[in-house]
Design a protein around this ligand. Structure first.
Ligand code: AMP
Ligand code: MG
Length: 414
């Protein structure tokens, strides 16, 4: 049978066109880390909300302090004491000041703050009584040491965009703006299924001919690293009925996506494709990719299925290229494209013309990223992926790249 292999970018484009973000829900801000916003966030008030002091010192009037110097200090009467959270309504009059702490609302009439360091007693604030008179040794101009309302965020400013994944500063911003229940997209549920007569669970002891199911664990970990929820369906032996039953379990568990590994090649016992053809639609199969050529995409009943190859490296590399992008899109991320960098090759690389994602270590050396392949590039050799910190991408059609060539690389998230 002759099958034209699909290019990686065409496969990716076709794949992503089948998915849209999961429905939005309002959740507690405490649970919002890593969720993706389903609406733009517009500041309902300025930040800071009011003019306040940026220093511990004395609220004052700049016009009283013109000409202040160490030779001719200016004396101010301290008439009140304002701690953070207090509201003082009494106005400042000529040659008066109020002690004020960082973050406290300025009193009426004050137009600057004199930091305590610029007065005769720089330690005056450390657990001490209010001084009645201070001497100011330096001029302070209008507006100095005041954080104006809206200085950080103007009222009505769009602080965060729909499609953005929240991380700590964003969560802080939402809290500052009083957004206690942000509208975010749901987290994708991914049913994971390993296929193969040779597979044992991690807790079982080795027997001749059998290996442990590492994909179930590495793929569940990868799903978690994409902030999605793995549903572990376990192992199906290489029989159509068993694979079908597990996929039925996936459907009834409400999975948004089924990810299987193995059983999608040209082997005599590779049944994933025939199950998909029987119970759903085969959208595409086999990609011009190394590692990962046998990748399959289709539907089982109404649920999308990505059939990853069984080799442990192929499974994880195709996860990075395809599954992570799908999970980002389901999660509502507006730009799912991976960040890449450019690196210089430390040595020549031969390729076979397929788009290749090779395991490498990339290091920053004197102003450049430099890449070295690590370990064996055999798609079963998990140890080289353990050593790698990057995948370097050799484009389709390229047979060899000389030392010092520039390559695109993905730094793998640790
Ligand atoms: P297959 O895609 O079924 O031809 O499998 C390709 C290779 O991956 C074979 O050497 C399998 O033993 C191995 N393999 C398949 N599934 C797993 C798994 N879940 N964990 C580790 N290795 C696997
Ligand atoms: Mg197999």
């Amino acid at each position: 049978m002759h099958t034209e292999l699909l290019g990686v970018s065409e496969a990716l484009e076709r794949l992503l066109s089948h998915f849209k973000p999961l429905p939005a829900e309002k959740i507690s801000l405490s649970d919002a880390m890593w969720r993706v916003l389903a609406e733009d966030v517009i500041a309902p008030h300025p930040l800071p909300p009011f003019d306040n002091s940026s220093m511990d010192g004395y609220a004052a009037r700049a016009r009283d302090l013109v000409g202040a110097s160490s030779e001719s200090p200016i004396e101010l009467n301290v008439i009140d004491d304002i701690s953070a959270g207090m509201v003082v309504e009494k106005p400042l009059r000529e040659l008066s000041a109020m002690r004020i702490m960082t973050g406290a609302l300025l009193p009426p009439g004050a137009d600057c703050v004199v930091p305590v360091e610029k007065t005769h007693n720089p330690n005056a604030l450390v657990n001490q009584e209010l001084e009645t008179i201070i001497k100011v040794f330096e001029e302070v101009r209008e507006g100095d040491y005041i954080r104006r309302a809206g200085n950080d965020v103007l009222n009505g400013y769009q602080v965060l965009d729909k499609g953005h994944r929240l991380w700590p500063p964003d969560v802080g911003m939402l809290a500052a703006l009083g957004v206690s229940t942000p509208l975010v997209h749901g987290r994708p549920k991914v049913a994971l299924l390993s296929t193969g007569d040779e597979l044992l669970d991690v807790s079982q002891s080795l027997q001749p001919g059998l290996i442990r199911d590492s994909n179930a664990y590495s793929l569940a970990a990868a799903v978690e690293s994409a902030y999605a929820i793995p549903l572990r369906l376990g192992i199906a032996p290489d029989e159509s009925e068993s694979i079908e039953e597990k996929m039925e379990d996936a459907v009834s568990s409400g999975a948004d996506l089924i990810v299987s590994s193995a059983g999608v090649s040209m082997g005599a016992y590779d049944f994933v494709r025939s199950v998909i053809e029987k119970r759903g639609v085969l959208e595409f199969w086999r990609i011009n990719l190394r590692p990962g050529k046998p990748l399959l995409f289709g539907y089982f009943d109404e649920v999308p299925v990505l059939g990853l190859p069984g080799n442990p490296v192929s499974a994880l590399v195709t996860f990075e290229i395809f599954v992570r992008r799908v999970l980002d899109k389901l999660s509502g991320v507006s730009n799912t494209k991976k960040l890449s960098i450019h690196a210089l090759l430390d040595h020549e690389i031969k390729s076979d013309g397929r788009e290749s994602y090779l395991r490498a270590r990339v290091e920053w050396v004197e102003g450049n990223y430099r890449a070295n392949l690590v370990g064996s590039q055999d798609s079963g050799a998990l140890s080289s992926l353990v050593l790698a910190n990057a995948l370097i991408i050799i484009p389709e059609g390229v047979q060899s790249l000389a030392r010092e060539s520039v390559v695109e690389a993905w730094l793998l998230d640790r």
